[in-house]
Design a protein around this ligand. Structure first.
Ligand code: URA
Length: 318
């Protein structure tokens, strides 16, 4: 019981840190939980449960959530006193070995189509996508000289099956246009091919996003490498800390500020690390915009794209 209570409190803490404010527990389960806590208290082993509010529900709504830890799943499965406040939609932990991507012979379109087929039929990718949502591969020109790499699909992306179509994507499109290019001139991919799942209540839509964990990024990386192989861009641009960690290695830097604006390398290609467009959505100052713009100027210079005086001065006025 001791171990089970720990598993439960750990899971509740995790759900809380993921933004979950309430979980549903039946009256009977709540009573049983209170008894357990009371017995531990009286034994002098009380432990504060820093957790989402636990509310009795009657009748109990259907509650769906993903990413339930194996310890809690095991506990809930074996323990009749708890209702099942969360039911795993898909396991996001313990992912299998990353896939081996085999690209066929042929031109870029043939190879990319084969890759799309492999990603969208990949069992692990599919298991991590909720019903009605899509596995997402990159988009853009297969002859792009510049490939942008973001983090993971969000709500709009998993609905449409295309990266960067939500608010951050609209800003990325403007950034690309600021460089004198069209969105269709470049290639835009993500570290992840699915939206990292978070628990939802009552089968509702997921609210908010979480960064992918190391396992998830490792699993999807072969798909990104294959896109790089097919498109063969001259330059890569990592958007944000998660993308940079996915490409350069988890824990390879502490803060993005340490490496942003610097040229690194991935898959034998120069890689510029800059902020994610969502950083600008949160910090609308010219100073923030200028930081990201300076990184993009470096990309333009390295790609030998024309840079006008006007472009050079974007966001300089404070
Ligand atoms: N943010 C990302 O990093 N990728 C997307 O596709 C959308 C938002």
């Amino acid at each position: 019981m001791h171990h089970a209570l720990h598993a439960l409190t750990d899971e509740l803490r995790r759900l809380k840190s993921a933004g979950v404010k309430t979980v549903s527990v039946s009256d009977a389960s709540l009573l049983a939980l209170r008894r357990v806590v009371a017995s531990r208290r009286s034994a002098g082993a009380a432990e504060a449960v820093a957790a989402p509010r636990v509310e009795p529900v009657s009748p109990r709504p259907a509650v769906a959530a993903s990413a339930v830890s194996p310890a809690l799943q095991n506990y809930v499965a074996k323990t009749p006193i708890l209702s099942r406040p969360v039911a795993p939609v898909a396991a996001v932990t313990h992912l299998p070995t990353p896939p081996e991507v085999k690209l066929p012979a042929g031109d870029k379109a043939v190879r990319w189509a084969a890759l799309l087929a492999q990603v969208t039929s990949d069992e692990t990718c599919r298991a991590n996508v909720r019903p009605g949502k899509k596995v997402v591969l990159g988009v853009g020109s297969l002859d792009a000289r510049i490939m942008f790499v973001g983090e993971a699909p969000g709500a709009e992306e998993e609905t449409q099956g295309e990266p960067f179509v939500g608010p951050a994507g609209q800003l990325l499109t403007k950034m690309i246009q600021g460089m004198g290019l069209k969105r269709s001139d470049v290639y835009i991919g993500n570290i992840m091919n699915w939206r990292p799942q978070m628990p939802t209540v009552g089968g509702q839509e997921q609210i908010g996003n979480r960064p992918p964990n190391e396992d998830e990024m490792r699993y999807c990386l072969p798909f990104l490498r294959a896109q790089i192989e097919v498109v063969a861009p001259e330059l890569l641009v990592a958007l944000g800390s998660t993308a940079a960690q996915g490409l350069l290695g988890f824990g390879s830097f502490k803060a993005l500020g340490e490496i942003r604006g610097q040229w690194r390398e991935f898959a034998g290609r120069p890689l510029m690390v800059t902020y994610h467009p969502s950083y600008i959505l949160r910090n609308q100052s010219n100073r923030s915009k200028r930081l990201i713009w300076e990184d993009l100027l470096k990309v333009m210079e390295r790609a030998v794209l024309p840079v006008s005086e006007k472009q050079r001065g974007y966001f300089l006025e404070r």
